[in-house]
Design a protein around this ligand. Sequence first.
Ligand SMILES: [Zn+2]
Length: 356
Amino acid sequence: MSEAPVEADDAFAGVAGQPQLVAQLRAASFAPVHAYLLVGPAGAGTAAAAVAFAAALLCPAAGCGTCRDCRLALAGGHPDAVTFAPEGAFLRIADAEEIIRVAVRSPIEGRRKVLVLADFHRVQRVGPALLKTIEEPPESTVFVVLADNVPPELVTIASRCVRIDVAPVPAPTLMALLVAEGVEETRAATAATAAGGNLDRARLLVSDSGLDRRRRAWAGVPESLDGSGAAVAVVAAELLELVEEAAGPLRRAHAEELAELEARVASTGERGSGRGRLEASQRRALRRHRTDELRFGLATLAGRYREALVRPGADPGPVLTGLDAITAASVALTRNPNETLLLQALLLRLPRLSTP
Ligand SMILES: [Zn+2]
């Protein structure tokens, strides 16, 4: 057997920081079952892994990375690798119908068709409509379902899939990846620590000058509380304003993407340029960014209460209640809540801490 490194010629080369996930999917690609469920944040590798897995399933050599099938699938242009992502906050019946329609069609080019269903934690009410198709698709169809987590509406579908849990990318790995991309070390370390195991977020935070200010604001919450609803309302509003501000770098990147698309359309006279699709994916990215940012804030806040627990003479009761409330809020975030109400309800349950 050859010992030559295969990374450069490998469909999975673009899945950074997830060696175990890659090993599982590579093994699965030789004899796939009808449906896989990857659970974990898109930015932690599930999205990149799904694309690579699709390439491996379509490639005659199980993911060589260089053949036509691989190249097309990796570039998102293979006719037998189709990705669905809900355009709205949740899946609609029309989305489910479209998924079923594509799933039952024969492959266009080869022996298989791969359907990647993104953001499926947003499946909500259409789960039952899709169950039968995901459970028993035509033999040539393989589903790759992606979800940040498994809410109750996804449990039944999940039980019909081979589930692979995708761990967050460890901060030191994130940092090494950023440094390899040319980011200066201190900056890479700061972004890696605040990214929650999410490479996409880490890349964005590198150019985010407001990160430290936001961290201080969340860490300072326990001193700003005085048990009154008025204080809670003020603090919650301030935090949400910071969350909105944090989307600045992403909004700028989106504006550039749109401008590039428009320049291309202007120079080539292309019609049906995909503007709608781009805008929908940008809306999804913004929504995801908000959730990530709130989760980062809640993690920072939880850090303060955990410190308080180990202080000599601390009364652990209220602090533990507070930590439970923060965990519950973090879980609730995936269900598209009213953020103001969520934060206010949380802050009312948190005990005040004095400066250490
Ligand atoms: Zn190939």
